[in-house]
Design a protein around this ligand. Structure first.
Ligand code: SF4
Length: 233
């Protein structure tokens, strides 16, 4: 399977009944309320460069962000914060993310999430997280030959990412590395995995973190810049 084929297949997944119901309900209600808004209301595939050496892994699509636009981290304040930071270091062609047809391109970066459907309250269950892991594992496997660094945005992304990395054949250190902002762990190369993988943690750019100053713009830029250097971008 190629990455574009995987992206196409994931949009048809209906494995989690609660999330299928929620994503479609949000889309139906909002479509009725805002007739000019075209709601995606389906699983959201990864977005960015198919030859990426850097992956950025969030949590899940936001109900009125990526669940509306169909493109990861697109159409809300969280996405704008992230794309402004990627633009600052030369990895995004523009600092905002309006909709899927806005012409935004990424250089060397792939944005993805361990859960592809918008969950109520932004909280997927453990079962939903585990059900969705096969999509992230498959995506990481396809990126593996070039992948050098991954940034996990938030503790949920970090926790979900570790087993998906293990699924690609890269053993995890014991004890498992613990999430924190600025944490940096190096996972060794292996068979079919030509490069060591640098795993970095950053607080998630949700408004809960950015409004309170827990995550500032320079903090996010700092982690992404470091990851871009390690990914040789
Ligand atoms: Fe499928 Fe993942 Fe959506 Fe569950 S969350 S329905 S596994 S795409």
């Amino acid at each position: 399977t190629r990455l574009d084929e995987l992206d196409d297949i994931v949009t048809r997944c209906r494995a989690c009944p609660r999330l299928v119901a929620w994503r479609e309900e949000v889309a139906r209600v909002r479509r009725a309320a805002f007739r000019d808004w075209d709601y995606w209301g389906r699983p959201v595939p990864g977005f960015g460069d198919a030859d990426a050496s850097l992956a950025v892994v969030g949590l899940a699509p936001a109900a009125h962000g990526a669940n509306r636009t169909g493109r990861m981290f697109t159409g809300d304040a969280t996405g704008d914060f992230l794309f402004a930071a990627l633009h600052e270091i030369g990895l995004a062609s523009q600092p905002t993310s309006l909709h899927a047809g806005d012409g935004l391109t990424l250089r060397g970066v792939r944005l993805t999430a361990p859960v592809r459907c918008a969950p109520p309250e932004n909280r997927p269950t453990a079962n939903e997280r585990d059900a969705c892991r096969s999509w992230l594992s498959a995506e990481l496997r396809l990126l593996a030959p070039r992948l050098r660094a991954v940034v996990a945005l938030g503790g949920f992304g970090w926790q979900a990412l570790l087993p998906a990395i293990r699924d690609t054949g890269r053993p995890l250190p014991r004890p498992r590395p613990v999430f924190g902002h600025g944490v940096h762990v190096v996972l060794p190369a292996g068979e079919g995995l030509p490069h060591p993988l640098h795993l970095l943690g950053s607080y998630h750019p949700s408004q809960r973190n950015t409004f309170t100053g827990r995550l500032t713009f320079p903090m996010l830029v700092g982690v992404l810049r470091r990851a871009a250097e390690l990914a040789e971008l």
